[in-house]
Design a protein around this ligand. Structure first.
Ligand code: FAD
Length: 354
């Protein structure tokens, strides 16, 4: 076990998943427990999970979460005061609605702030981890977990063993966390109720098409939402309303299909899905040019949005054994600010129990 400069044993903390929640917890732990050693294992090549950003030539686009709201005071303080706020930008244009027939109308109650960064939403996790001494291992997918002699260890898909950890934090969406816990080599009365509670959180899938155009759109809104959930499209937004994302003279639509459409077409030919969603966008925005994007991208989000929060009793019991779960599914609010707030909370609970 590693020791610090005074030859004291350091608390070893393992975090599975570098989403917004995992990043916020790491930030708290690193600040409050300078003697702890925090190791983050992330399966993908990027940080910030479903708050995801890609680039195409001069274009930057958020293809998962669209923006972060200012609904939680601590998260506002985190983003505007504690972290470097350079490049944090607000989307000024409003969100309109469309109905079952695709008819657009003004009128969704405005979010006070719709924040992203000029470089995209992944900046949240990049800036949080950047303030810590934590080691973040990307492209490291945890495949199994073990509890032995009061500590946790994890094995990734390459067979590398990580740990032992005094505390293990689980950030993946509930179904992925449940699968890892189900297979864990862990003998405890806590395990079964925990697996059952985590495994029963239902999710909505979202299939996203990203459509690039070499012309500008003249419409008064940033986003269009279908509040009745009765259209095959759930959401359309314009990345050009985000400062720094799209060069002048171009447009970029992010089109998210409804839950039922996404589930039904999840494994279909992506080119056909993109074409179908471009047609819908053209009809809803009432501009035939939108049927033929100059370029496109797409992403299927199988576990896009938890439909509810987890039953918390079994999570509290697991904390007695050094196992903490965090993320939007723990709060029941499928939002970046909720995942961040939960990460801050769980980080503080770990600090208080250390
Ligand atoms: C299409 C879409 C649109 C959305 N729109 C909005 C929006 O406009 N506003 C908003 O606030 N929210 C929105 N959300 C929700 C928001 O993205 C999430 O609530 C938030 O990002 C969840 O963060 P998290 O830390 O809980 O989990 P995640 O972001 O899911 O992070 C979990 C991390 O764990 C990693 N992981 C999983 N399994 C393993 C494993 N075995 N080993 C290692 N790592 C693993 C994942 O790769 C991921 O990085 C949207 C989500 C989607 C998909």
């Amino acid at each position: 076990m590693p020791v610090d400069a005074n030859n004291e044993t350091m608390t070893q903390i393992g975090i599975v998943g570098a989403g917004a929640g995992g990043a916020a917890a790491t930030f708290v732990l690193d600040e409050a427990l300078p003697d702890a050693d925090v190791t983050v294992l992330e399966k993908s090549g990027g940080l910030c999970g479903r708050a995801a950003t890609r680039r195409h030539e001069e274009v930057t686009y958020d293809y998962g979460a669209n923006y972060v709201k200012d609904d939680d005071e601590r998260v506002v303080e985190l983003l505007t005061e504690q972290l470097d706020s350079d490049g944090l930008v607000d989307i000024p244009e409003p969100i309109y609605t469309f109905d079952e027939e695709g008819v657009v109308a003004p009128g969704r109650e405005a979010d006070d702030r719709k924040w992203t960064y000029r470089q995209g939403l992944t900046q949240i996790a990049k800036r949080l981890f950047g303030r810590t001494e934590a080691t973040v291992h990307r492209r490291t997918r945890v495949e199994s977990l073990r509890r032995e002699d009061g500590t946790w260890s994890a094995v990734d898909t390459d067979g590398t063993e990580w740990g032992p950890f005094d505390v293990l934090v689980m950030n993946p969406p509930a179904p992925q966390t449940a699968a890892l816990l189900q297979g864990a080599d862990w003998e405890s009365p806590v395990k079964e109720p925990l697996v059952e509670a985590v495994g029963s959180v239902e999710y909505r899938s979202i299939w996203t098409a990203v459509l690039g155009y070499e012309f500008e759109l003249d419409v008064p809104y940033y986003g269009l939402v279908n509040p009745g959930k009765d259209h095959e499209v759930g959401w359309i937004s314009r990345e050009e309303c985000k400062p720094g994302h799209v060069p002048d003279g171009e447009s970029l639509l992010v089109v998210q299909a409804s839950g039922p459409w996404s589930s039904a077409h999840y494994d279909d030919d992506p080119a056909e899905n993109v074409a179908a969603l471009a047609d819908h966008a053209a009809d809803i925005i009432d501009d035939g040019r939108l049927r033929s994007p100059a370029w496109s991208d797409h992403q299927g989000w199988r576990y896009a949005l938890p439909e509810e929060g987890v039953e918390t009793g079994p999570l509290d019991s697991a904390e007695q054994e050094g196992l903490y779960c965090l993320g939007d599914w723990v709060t029941g609010e499928a939002r970046v600010h909720a995942a961040l707030a939960n990460g801050l909370d769980v980080g503080e609970r770990i600090v208080n129990s250390a």
